[in-house]
Ligand binder design. Sequence first.
Ligand code: PMV
Length: 331
Amino acid sequence: MPEHVATAEAHPNIALIKYWGDLDPVLHIPANGSISMNLAGMFTRTRVSFTPGLAQDRFTLNDKTADTPSAQRVSKMLDRLRLMAGIDTRALVESQNNFPTGAGIASSASGFAALALAASKAAGLELDEKDLSRLARTGSGSACRSIPAGFVEWQGGTNDEDSYAFTLASPEHWDLVDCIAVVSQVEKQVSSSEGHALASTSVYQKARVSDAPRRLEICRKAILEHDFEALAEVVELDSNLMHAVMFTSNPPVIYWLPETVRIMQAVQSMRKTGLPVCYTVDAGPNVHVLCPSEVAGEVANQLGQITGIAQILMAHPGGAARLVNGKNNVF
Ligand code: PMV
């Protein structure tokens, strides 16, 4: 096989209804479906080149050789693709995040979505959106939601075929802004993979999962009808439910810092004064503060007055994962 190269970009996403816990931890079949918004302006760009003569896959992240666990996860996805494409050539994978490393923005979703698209193209496969989403999911569950555009639902499903994500509404449908209040740049103690594995040890996980279809329906409807009040209520409830499961797992997982709680309370106070705003927190201490774009300036202003926030990043709804600049693009 001659050298085959492709480059792709994908955005990270913020979950409005969270994925926490797996039915199948290897294929990342989730315990419940989820809904997210892609984050425009931030992306991972990945170039994959299947290179004859290479003894093993090589993976660099932001120009540095990646650690072994990350390299193994990348090779696992490449192995899947090699099997599908009937090739055994090893690949050079060069990945860059345009958002600050260690700013607490999970890059596994954008990273594995960009890898799925670039590597499948470089391997000569023409996968449709559904199959790309399924492939991205095998790298990191939430990565399946970074393949389609805008507001995205991951249909949890029960197996490899029926667990994938699709667009609920385009990025232009609703100009929401995610004001990300970064409070800590320290790497988290418990990875999301470890956290997913602990979810079922909490007595609350069953209740969270069985109520998920109801929350998904409220969230879907709120997005489609631009109903921010309904969205805010279900987004905060869903985040709190996930953290309740984390707190009550065995051993417990506590991602919050004092600043996290301070910001959550400040957001509730802002809402009491009439500002349409709500919070959601992922597997880390940073707070994603969502609001319609008309009030984003005011929200960022008010967040700026809270002590303990290192920086505030702002993101509008983002598009789908995409190939960039033909096949020979370099950074
Ligand atoms: O895709 P993972 O394994 O990094 O899990 C993501 C978990 C959360 O970010 C906490 C929730 C979500 O749905 O994105």
